[in-house]
Design a protein around this ligand. Structure first.
Ligand SMILES: C[S@@+](CC[C@H](N)C(=O)[O-])C[C@H]1O[C@@H](n2cnc3c(N)ncnc32)[C@H](O)[C@@H]1O
Length: 483
């Protein structure tokens, strides 16, 4: 290690201590929260929320906890990274209206179909789903639709599955009524991983050795690979059962209670947030992608391919996503729709965050000396924070005074440095017009990749839920000048 390294590392340590001193008393372990609640796990038994296993999702119970704890039980909430809609549909169950923004087409489709199912006359729709399922029409001889593979999905299914899937997709396309057709297609999205040789593993799709693909040093066995027909039948039964059951349950429990409206805006929140009205939301509950190299466009390749989205479109999508992979380039048009003064304030808040500046300087130094395992890491970390800063400044404008912004996010580690995403973003949020009310850390943090641990030793990384509240007095455009 050179003296340059030692010097920056000392500066990082001092800045990190200052930031911890500033937010120390806001940082609390919350024993009500655990990994099950803050991840998709707790959705596995929840009607509707369990249909599509979105590994990056948080649970409906977490959203309930937040809504109740902060009495967000009226008005309208926003989720700018809506995923499969856990925040939106839970809010709806509690009678709260919501708006979600989502860029990934497969997730957006899931939200839209959940919305169709929510609005449908349940017993009739359940009956139509059951009729299609009982017909087993895709098992009779007939024409087939070729699965529109892209390069990274070829060979993803056992032969028999690909045959049945092709027949099923062909029959679904022939269903006249659009809502039923989309529900039947959605059911396939829900089982694609289970019937394939692949498993979603963060940065990429992991391939079972039975696929015949070359699969790294250690053969990977994903366990049971379900057959297509039993899997699709079980999913259709689950969907029909859940919507019918919900109708009975809600009628019993709540009588005529109003469910909240759900609105989805498809596209990048970086483009859409600036188009929404000042002070039009009572709360934000969200979880952006983490700064952890996770590539949604690769992990969801099967779903995207099945929707007919080609390689080029997927590449464009990857660049439009919030930067969280080493392939993300700087977005030349970042903030193009944001008010110029706000954009300039957001840039200043990003550039003047002391610890972040030092961490980026250190990562740049390590890259220049060839020490990083990927040279795209400094750019990813820089752009991740730069883009999230723009999002946070826009969100400050959209919230009513006193309204809460609740974010779930993980801290990360690169080149041995623990990046306190929670504290850095909380300081940036302060510049945007938020007070940090509390940063809840989960009781047990999370490690990092085995490779990082071998080199840098194990240190728990915080997984947190941050609660910021919008300051009562905020001059939307000029805020950061005064902090
Ligand atoms: C951690 S997931 C959110 C999961 C969600 N809370 C749920 O429970 O379903 C982050 C989501 O942000 C989406 N996303 C990434 N970049 C985006 C952007 N620029 N605009 C809108 N959504 C984006 C991803 O597609 C992903 O679905």
């Amino acid at each position: 290690m050179t003296s340059d390294h030692t010097k920056i590392l000392e500066e990082i340590k001092a800045a990190d201590d200052r930031l911890h001193a500033k937010f120390g008393e806001k940082l609390r372990v919350n024993y009500d929260l655990d990994r099950t609640l803050v991840s998709f796990q707790a959705n596995k038994t929840k009607n509707g929320h369990r249909w599509y296993k979105y590994k990056e999702g948080f649970s409906s119970d977490l959203v309930r906890y937040v809504i109740r704890r902060f009495a967000l039980d009226s008005g309208r909430i926003l989720d700018p990274f809506a995923g499969c809609g856990a925040a939106l549909f839970t809010a709806s169950e509690l009678g709260v209206d919501s708006v979600g923004i989502e860029l990934l087409p497969s997730s957006a489709e899931i939200i839209e179909v959940r919305q169709i199912l929510r609005m449908a006359e349940a017993s009739q729709m359940a009956e139509r789903i059951r009729r299609f399922r009982e017909s087993l029409i895709w098992q009779r001889p007939g024409e087939s639709k070729n699965f529109p593979h892209i390069r990274i999905t070829r060979g993803a299914f056992p032969l028999q599955t690909e045959v049945e899937l092709g027949r099923y997709l062909y029959e679904v396309e022939r269903v006249n009524e659009e809502s039923l057709r989309r529900i039947l297609f959605f059911a396939t999205l829900c089982i694609l991983e289970d019937v394939s040789y692949t498993r979603k593993d963060g940065q990429y799709l992991r391939w079972d050795y039975r696929s015949g693909r070359r699969v790294g040093k250690k053969p990977f066995h994903k366990g049971t690979i379900k057959s297509f027909t039993p899997a699709i039948c079980a999913k259709l039964d689950q969907i029909a059962g859940d919507i019918y059951g919900d109708q009975l349950r809600f009628a019993d429990l709540f009588g005529e209670q109003r469910s909240g409206e759900v609105q989805l805006l498809k596209g990048s929140c970086l483009d859409i947030l600036p188009t929404l009205e000042n002070e039009s939301f009572d709360g934000i509950i969200t979880s952006p992608p983490y700064c952890n190299r996770y590539d949604y466009t690769r992990t969801y390749a099967l779903e995207l391919a099945m929707m007919g989205i080609g390689e080029e479109e997927i590449r464009a999508l990857r660049q439009a996503m919030l930067s969280c992979t080493v392939e993300n380039r700087e977005k030349a048009d970042l903030g193009k729709k944001t008010d110029l003064v706000r954009l300039s304030n957001s840039t200043k808040a990003f550039e003047s965050q002391e610890l972040l500046g030092l961490i980026l300087k250190y990562l740049d130094l390590c890259r220049n000396e060839g020490l990083l395992n990927n040279n795209g890491i400094p750019r990813m970390v820089r752009n991740y924070f730069k883009e999230l800063t723009v999002v946070i400044f826009e969100c400050a404008r959209l919230l009513k005074p006193g309204a809460r912004f609740v974010m779930v996010n993980d801290n990360v580690r690169y080149q041995g440095i623990h990046i306190p995403v929670d504290l850095i973003l909380s300081e940036i949020a302060q510049r945007a017009g938020f007070d940090t009310q509390v940063i809840w850390a989960l009781p047990i943090g999370k490690g990092n990749s085995s490779q990082q641990m071998r080199i840098h030793g194990r240190e728990e990384l915080r997984k947190c839920v941050y609660v910021w509240s919008r300051q009562k007095e905020t001059n939307h455009a000029a805020k950061s000048e005064t902090c």
